[in-house]
Design a binder for this molecule. Structure first.
Ligand SMILES: *Cc1c(COP(=O)(O)O)cnc(C)c1O
Length: 232
């Protein structure tokens, strides 16, 4: 059943790429597996997916031990500074950097492991109170500050668009994120690439791809609805 879901998502990704004249290889499908058991991840892994997204440190650590080590784990949730050291050598990218203090801690821990951690700056694109992320107008400053950290590399922006019934309603936000990335790129900051845009979820990933997403984070459409009640 999961395989069928994945096939359907993959077809939609392909269609969105064709519609916008994009190369399928330039879009990474991240399977967002939060709250789902390792066996379900394994099923999707066996179908060929290597990029998985999680939003909790403990869950990444547990699944990291249970699943194959060629999985690329993406930290997509709010990250507390005191937990950075637990995932620094396990994840391939941290999508949710929204303060300099967090970037600083990532830098310290990355240094200890002799690695450079790719990160994205999370932008609260619709200025929703309930969401993390910097305001659009503060993203450039944060990118500038982080550019001085030797063991952190800003590769782009991440956004969680509002929950909407009609994905077209989010098109304008995806366009804004894309434009913001272009503006920051034009500053030519050392160590800041701005080549990656992490945007689009189950409800709106096709539109996000049409507007330039390089990573889409899809959970429900692959794994089914999440049941938060059971695991608490
Ligand atoms: C849970 C989550 C997703 C996946 O959401 P779906 O609607 O299930 O696809 C994507 N991004 C972030 C940051 C998430 O927390």
């Amino acid at each position: 059943m999961l395989k069928e879901n994945l096939t359907e998502v993959e077809a939609n990704v392909q269609t969105a790429c064709e519609k916008s004249n994009r190369d399928r290889k330039d879009v990474t499908l991240i399977a967002v597996s939060k709250t789902k058991p390792a066996a379900m991840l394994q099923e999707i892994y066996d179908a060929g997916v290597r990029d998985f997204g999680e939003n909790k440190v403990q869950e990444i650590c547990e699944k990291y031990d249970q699943l194959p080590h060629d999985i690329r784990w993406h930290m997509i949730g709010h990250l507390q500074r005191n937990k950075v050291r637990q995932i620094i050598d396990k994840v391939c990218m941290i999508h949710s950097v929204d303060t300099y203090r967090l970037a600083e801690e990532i830098n310290i821990q990355a240094k200890k492991h002799n690695l450079v951690m790719p990160v994205l700056i999370e932008v609260n694109i619709a200025q929703e109170d309930t969401k993390f992320g910097v305001r659009k107008e503060d993203a450039i400053l944060l990118a500038e500050e982080i550019s001085h950290l030797t063991n952190v590399q800003v590769q782009g922006l991440m956004a969680v668009a509002p929950y909407v019934d009609n994905p077209e309603d989010n098109r304008k936000y995806f366009q804004e994120i894309k434009q913001l990335a272009v503006d920051i790129k034009n500053k030519n900051l050392d160590n800041v690439l701005m080549c990656k845009l992490s945007m689009g979820m189950t409800g709106d990933y096709a539109v996000a791809i049409e507007e330039g997403a390089s990573m889409v984070r899809v959970g429900t459409a692959i794994f089914g609805a999440r049941d938060y009640g059971k695991n608490k």
